[in-house]
Design a protein around this ligand. Structure first.
Ligand code: KG4
Ligand code: ZN
Length: 343
């Protein structure tokens, strides 16, 4: 079975072809970062319009890259939610129309299930059961995974997602957009000993997270320390704040992952979503898993952030099990992952 995947939930247009026998045949990605940069964040209406502009050329490129023609495609998967309603509608209506015209089934994929299954595209895929830490711009969740569609939510952020906290803190420091990777890059040069930020909600039991206080902590640190500073000393201060912020987020995530593994008795940890591209988080989790004698799995860096490959793969899993959409049409901007059907 060969599936075309379409991702348009936010600010990346992604398309990919996944083949049940040959694996991933190819993928194409267009990032709207330049489009939204001047506004300092994603403008939903601009995002939708750009998906409309980019889908056809990207799919043409994908067919050229892979040498595949539409006649060999047996299903279409598109992101049905969660995400920006207008952006989702573009991919959903496009995917459904293509499937209709090709006479093949279509399936709406849950964006976070796409992230969660992305490590399955790698050389050493994780075996069930595993604990997944999903860390993206919109979600921070710990999930016990016993199969495709078998998800038990263990904990989640009660306020900002980890990626959102990276982005907001970067914006507050005036670092530009998209903030997460820029802040992480600066943190590399920061002094880890200058400031120590709190590890929120680690002093009490439970697997929930709270990251919005760290952003405020970064702001008050900046205000307190920056008086009279300009030029290099001010840049150094910001760099050291980046390091303290990143260390706090990474440490907090790692502590909760360890707790989730202990509570479930599971030996494999999967990291997925944009923040799982963070080098320091990977180092920290690798060291922890080596110490425990367990396995840590991640997608390759380009599949940590939004992409079409993860949607093609998740859609293939569902279509090959006979799941597909009916005649009704809809998207699900809010969609709890625990409500998904098992495969
Ligand atoms: O999964 P994703 O591409 O989109 C959502 O589904 O939200 O995640 C994007 C998020 C952004 O908040 C971005 O700043 C963050 O992932 N991110 C990072 C890094 N790369 C991307 N955060 C920290 N360190 C990174 N290296
Ligand atoms: Zn995402």
């Amino acid at each position: 079975m060969r599936v075309l995947g379409i991702e348009t939930s936010c600010d990346e247009t992604g398309v990919a072809l996944f083949d049940g026998e040959k694996g991933l045949l190819g993928h194409q990605l267009y990032s709207q970062v330049a489009l939204h940069a001047e506004y300092g964040g994603v403008v939903p209406e601009l995002a939708s319009r750009d998906h409309v502009r980019k889908l056809v050329p990207l799919i043409r490129q994908l067919f050229q890259q892979t040498g595949v023609d539409s006649g060999s495609i047996s299903g279409v998967a598109y992101t049905a939610g969660p995400g920006l309603a207008g952006a989702l509608l573009v991919g959903a209506s496009f995917g459904r129309s293509l499937a209709w015209s090709w006479g093949v089934p279509a399936v709406g994929v849950h964006h976070m299930e796409g992230h969660l299954l992305a490590p399955m595209l790698e050389e050493n895929p994780p075996a069930f059961p595993f604990v997944a830490l999903l860390v993206s711009g919109g979600h921070t969740q710990l999930v016990e995974v016993t199969g495709v569609g078998r998800y038990r939510l263990l904990g989640q952020s009660v306020d900002d997602a980890a990626g959102e906290a990276f982005d907001k803190t970067a914006k507050m420091l005036g670092l530009g957009y998209p903030g997460g990777p820029i802040l992480a890059g600066l943190a590399e040069q920061g002094d880890p000993k200058r400031f120590r930020f709190p590890r929120p909600m680690t002093d009490r039991p439970g697997l929930d997270f709270s990251f919005s206080g760290l952003k405020t902590f970064a702001l008050t640190t900046l205000q307190r320390e920056s008086e009279g500073l300009v030029g290099e000393p001010l840049d150094r201060l910001k760099t050291d704040i980046c390091r303290a912020f990143e260390d706090a987020v990474v440490d907090t995530l790692a502590i909760k992952c360890r707790r989730a593994l202990d509570e479930t008795g599971v030996g494999t940890l999967v990291l997925a979503g944009g923040v799982s591209a963070n080098h320091r988080l990977r180092e920290r989790v690798d060291a922890m898993m080596a110490e425990r004698g367990g396995q840590a799995c991640y997608p390759r860096a380009e599949f940590c952030t939004d992409n079409g490959a993860m949607i093609a793969y998740a859609g293939w899993q569902r279509l090959r099990a006979g799941q597909h959409e009916g005649m009704d049409f809809g998207i699900r901007p809010r969609w709890p992952m625990e409500t998904l059907a098992a495969v």
